[in-house]
Design a protein around this ligand. Structure first.
Ligand SMILES: C[S@@+](CC[C@H](N)C(=O)[O-])C[C@H]1O[C@@H](n2cnc3c(N)ncnc32)[C@H](O)[C@@H]1O
Length: 299
């Protein structure tokens, strides 16, 4: 249970999770998560417009034909947009169903984390992770700091072909995460290593593993020591996404650092400086979103 206090003093650990049943999901709950949010409504509108244009391409309205052509991008030929039986078939419906289930699990985990003071990704950072993974569609990902499986579920449910290796020291958390992954129907694509990341990460490197995406959310005071291993583990062009790099505003000096966090803050400052000047990292961005996110590409 070491390394917990840095994140949330109120968090008392994962010990009482043996009889954990907070992940039981009713059908009604999977329906509720599917109600469109404002963004979803926008997407829905965009899709609707696209479908209308497809119909136009198929000859329903010759006047709109030019309009549809104007908006088709080079890679989106009218054929690409044709609604096929396969698109509407069981495979897609199954995918939508799984997505609904994962959304319901995420909602449950959010509720549980907030009630039990479990440190998981904050809302904006979770959204950023989701968008990145959706766009990049990594084939492989490594996560340091599984906790209850919240961020892992985001990664896996938004990249349906991705295989995730996730590392977590705490047995109670591992138990909970396993259950969450199973409920979210992503468990076949995840390997949980119940180990200290300071041991597991160098071992993965020695084993010659490579990942398209690395999400670093483990012990904050160890980011600096993990950095060379993580760079080695990233595939060429791969992405490093590190959370909490501004650590409550202490790292930039926005907030005065309490004595007990001085070492973590100093090490995080070193981590940021090293990452910025690392010869194998490019596009290094430090985003002032919530607790701070570092993004970088490996050359
Ligand atoms: C901020 S939480 C991770 C939250 C999770 N990524 C999410 O958003 O759902 C950090 C996790 O790292 C784990 N951890 C801390 N030190 C570790 C270590 N040395 N090795 C492996 N896991 C560690 C903690 O037990 C905790 O569950």
């Amino acid at each position: 249970m070491q390394n917990k206090a840095w994140e949330n003093e109120e968090f008392s650990g994962f010990n009482d999770l043996d009889s954990f049943d907070a992940l039981d999901i009713t059908e009604e709950e999977t329906e509720t998560v599917n109600e469109p949010t404002p963004t979803q409504t926008k997407e829905h509108h965009a899709n609707k417009t696209q479908t209308q244009d497809v119909n136009v391409e198929q000859g329903a309205n010759p006047n709109k034909h030019t309009h549809a052509n104007k908006h088709a991008s080079a890679s989106q030929t009218p054929q690409d947009l044709t609604l096929s039986k396969d698109m509407l078939g069981k495979r897609v419906m199954g995918y939508i169903d799984n997505e609904k289930q994962a959304e319901a699990v995420l909602k449950k985990l959010e509720k549980y984390a907030s009630e039990q003071f479990v440190p998981i990704l904050r809302t904006g950072t979770a959204r950023l992770l989701k968008q990145m993974v959706r766009k990049v569609q990594p084939a492989s990902a490594l996560e340091i700091g599984t906790a209850i499986g919240y961020s892992g579920t985001i990664i896996l449910s938004n990249s349906p072909s991705c295989e995730l290796v996730t590392i977590e020291l705490d047995p109670g958390a591992v138990k909970m995460a396993s259950k969450a992954f199973a409920k979210a129907r992503v468990d076949e694509r995840v390997t949980i290593l119940e180990e200290d990341c300071m041991v597991a990460v160098p071992e993965l490197e020695k084993a010659g593993m490579g990942f398209d995406f690395i999400f670093l959310d483990g012990p904050k005071g160890q980011y600096i020591r993990l950095l060379p291993h993580l760079v080695a583990l990233l595939n060429k062009g791969g992405i490093l996404f590190a959370d909490n790099v501004l650590f409550r505003g202490y790292v930039t000096g926005k907030e005065p650092t309490p004595k007990r966090f001085k070492t973590i803050v100093k090490r995080m400052q070193e981590f940021l400086a090293k990452a910025k000047q690392h010869p194998q990292l490019i596009n290094v961005e430090i985003m002032e979103i919530e607790d701070g996110v570092l993004l970088a590409n490996k050359v």
